[in-house]
Design a protein around this ligand. Structure first.
Ligand code: TRP
Length: 373
């Protein structure tokens, strides 16, 4: 009996089987051939793509077909500002900024302060908006091009969004929303309506340019249900279906089945963690190490189950040779977990320092990025 898991935009529970999720959601796997097609345009592949954190898609070959025909795409992603951002939250933004750079794409970033208020992450709407602005600093620090990127909060851009949301909402019945999201009579009207607003930015570039522009959405696979709805109604509005490229949840520090969670701060490294705090979290992380040093030297350790190795893989060992060296010395018993953790901690501390500098610089750049009504 396979272990049960649940993946919805508002809840990820249990041990997620991503192969089964591809089947359940009806998405496509990113295979070597498709990666190679991307690489032809980007020169190198982002480690997150090469090493499988980006694993699934809808209509990505079509996006590349259009691009190759001279019809470039726009990018759309977003953030529900429920808390301070951690490394897992940053993944889609690093990846989107990388795509922007290589494909010279315009980017739309939606900050859903309304969503996080409706789904009870906050007592007041003002608090959600405030956290939204705090998160925008981290997002700008991911390296977006100010000339090609627009960031907005739903509550501040609603005049632009609303006429499109009205068109979309008319095409979604309650029965569809209930089937897709599992709503019942206790859900408030904002929660039920919300998906219409998450669809809108798929079409903003087309509306802005006055022609049908392909849209690619990098997002966590948990957000896919929203866009299944969008894809079903896009053509009736005169737009192409948005394409998607999905990432897995970045594992937390307590094992590969744990996820980074804002409500369990030990599982995640936050972008504003001090070096001391980050080091303690890394020191307490789950590894694939043996019970004793002697055993580890003799038998080697297991990177396949190790949280620390996952951090090297996805963010902290972009050079293949270095990454390979970490793995070989781990398996071979030459690398002890304590040293390996300190080595990672050095990378992480430097990374957070650099982020902090860019984040401070972002304060003066907010007005270059944020659009309002
Ligand atoms: N609902 C998303 C969240 O809770 C935020 C979001 C809005 C989003 N638009 C998006 C995420 C587009 C990915 C792509 O985080």
């Amino acid at each position: 009996m396979p272990e049960e898991f649940v993946v919805t935009p508002w809840e990820v529970r249990g041990k997620v089987d991503y192969d089964r999720l591809i089947e359940q959601f009806g998405t496509q796997r990113i295979d070597a051939k498709l990666s190679e097609r991307i690489r032809k345009h980007t020169g190198e592949l982002h480690p997150l793509l090469k090493r499988g954190l980006y694993f699934s898609h809808r209509d990505l070959p079509w996006i590349l077909d259009e691009y190759e025909k001279g019809n470039p795409f726009s990018l759309y992603t977003g953030r529900g500002p429920s808390s301070a951002m951690h490394l897992g939250h940053m993944i889609p933004f690093y990846f989107t900024a990388w795509l922007q750079k290589h494909f010279k794409a315009n980017v739309w970033i939606q900050m859903t302060d309304d969503e996080k208020f409706w789904f009870r992450d906050f007592d007041t709407l003002e608090e959600a908006t405030r956290v939204g602005y705090d998160n925008i600093l981290d997002i700008i620090a991911a390296g977006f091009d100010p000339n090609r990127t627009r960031i907005f909060l739903d509550t501040e851009y609603i005049r632009k969004l609303y006429p499109i949301a009205v068109q979309i909402a008319k095409r979604i019945t309650f029965s569809t929303a209930r089937a897709v999201f599992g709503f019942d009579a206790s859900n408030n009207l904002g929660q039920i309506f919300y998906t219409a607003l998450q669809s809108v930015p798929c079409f903003l570039e087309s509306i802005e340019q006055g022609r049908n522009v392909p849209c690619l959405i990098p997002c966590g696979i948990d957000q896919d249900p929203h866009f299944r709805i969008t894809r079903d109604l896009a053509e009736s509005l005169g737009f192409s279906k948005p394409a998607l490229i999905h990432n897995k949840m970045m594992p937390g520090l307590k094992g590969l089945d744990s996820k980074m969670s804002s409500s369990a701060p030990d599982t995640a490294i936050f972008m504003t963690d001090s070096p001391e705090v980050a080091i303690v979290k890394i020191r307490n992380a789950f590894t694939g190490g043996r019970a004793t040093e002697e055993e580890q030297r003799r038998l080697g350790a297991n990177p396949d189950i190790c949280s620390i190795f996952a951090y090297y893989t996805y963010l902290f060992a972009p050079e293949d040779r270095y990454w390979g060296d970490v793995e070989t010395t781990c398996r071979g018993g030459q690398r002890m977990c304590g040293d390996c953790k300190m080595e990672l901690a050095n990378h992480v501390v430097r990374f957070l320092e650099e982020h902090k500098t860019r984040r401070e610089r972002a304060r003066d750049q907010i007005e270059k990025f944020v659009v309002r009504d």
